[in-house]
Design a protein around this ligand. Structure first.
Ligand code: ADP
Ligand code: MG
Length: 340
């Protein structure tokens, strides 16, 4: 066979294989877009564990009617200007919407502040519609139906409705911690619903959001962390050793406001608690790292949850030192150095 260029739809479906693993990935990408648009309210609705429906409605800046076609085109983004080392938004790759549109039935309705009316575009398994006028308030509504109908092989790998629903809940909770001043709601056909009212943008509001997500008993069992070294800031809350879990799922970490899953951070937390927690128990933590975007690479994987630090030793040392110091300041001593 001669060499040919893949069709646009196939290119997007290949990208979707990496970006859109399951319904929770759709929820994550759409919520990120709402937050990048400066929304103060983000409403997530799901059906069938997100496989039949994921809808995210926001009151953010909106998309001008003339840009709707670009929004669903590959490599088109309003966020990344010229420098891959200076990423300040959650999105930057310009591939979530085209990827989603290639494997589902996607409808976007949006209205900017200065537009007289809303406009709508839809994409079905990669086929893009014309732009239609629509009625809506300022902001954007993105509706994804029948996820993976166009890629049945992927559909087969989905776990049950409940597992997918709980993954969506986890995505919303995780990101909501980093945006305490934004109101988040999650409603589904099952019982997993969330309503996280907006808090003031302050350390007090931050702690209030953490309590909304993690439970009101967490702050009573947590110690504040506030440290910094060589341009890297670390703030957050860590549990006292007696408040621990059988797994590390309640260890939330953020780099410049982006939720990340990072082995280095997890290892540093384990190291800090090594003397005060048994090996099979895990602290509950919320940690925010703040550093110059040039010192961290978020362009590691299409899902944007992995990061690489320019100076991993500095970050690890900062976390281990700050956590140990916070535990010691709270009067918590390891078994070898004396009782708590
Ligand atoms: P990225 O987020 O990497 O830019 P996406 O495919 O997720 O790529 O979105 C493409 C573009 O569509 C964004 O850059 C943004 O301009 C626009 N967009 C998507 N969702 C929203 C939204 N909820 N509100 C405003 N603009 C949006
Ligand atoms: Mg995006």
């Amino acid at each position: 066979m001669p060499i040919r260029q893949l069709s646009e739809t196939m290119i997007n479906q290949i990208a979707a294989g990496e970006v859109i693993e399951r319904p929770a990935s759709v929820a994550k990408e759409l919520v990120e877009n709402a937050l990048d648009a400066g929304a103060s309210r983000v409403e997530v609705a799901t059906g069938g564990g997100g496989l039949s429906l994921v809808r995210v409605v926001d009151d953010g800046a909106g998309i001008p009617a003339g840009e709707l076609a670009l929004a669903v085109s590959r490599h088109c983004t309003s966020k990344l200007s010229t420098d891959i080392h200076d990423i300040r938004s959650l999105g930057f790759r310009g591939e979530a919407l085209p990827s989603i549109g290639s494997v589902s039935r996607l409808a976007i309705r949006s209205r900017t502040a200065d537009a007289d009316a809303a406009a709508e575009i839809s994409v079905e398994g990669g086929d893009v519609s014309a732009i239609r006028p629509a009625a809506a308030n300022r902001g954007t509504s993105v509706e994804v139906r029948d996820l993976f109908f166009a890629t049945p092989a992927r559909l087969k790998f989905m776990k049950g409705e409940r597992a997918e629903s709980s993954a969506i809940t986890d995505v919303v909770k995780r990101i909501a911690i980093a945006f305490p001043a934004v109101r988040f709601t999650l409603s589904g056909t099952d019982r997993s619903t969330l309503d996280l009212p907006a808090n003031e943008a302050s350390p007090h509001g931050q702690l209030a959001r953490i309590a909304q997500v993690m439970g009101s008993d967490f702050p009573d069992n947590a110690i504040a962390v506030d440290a910094g070294r060589d341009g890297v800031g670390l703030t957050g809350y860590i549990s006292i050793p007696s408040y621990n879990r059988a797994n590390a799922l309640q260890q939330y970490a953020y780099v410049n406001g982006r939720p990340v899953r990072d082995k280095l951070i997890a290892g540093a937390i384990r190291g800090a608690y090594a003397d005060v927690l048994p090996r099979d128990r895990h602290a509950v933590t919320v940690l925010f790292l703040a550093l110059d975007p040039a010192l961290v690479d978020v362009n590691v994987h299409p899902a944007k949850s992995d990061v690489r630090f320019r100076d991993p030793g500095l970050v690890r040392g900062l976390i281990v030192g700050a956590l140990r110091q916070a535990l010691a300041a709270a009067g918590i001593r390891s078994a070898t150095t004396g009782a708590a």
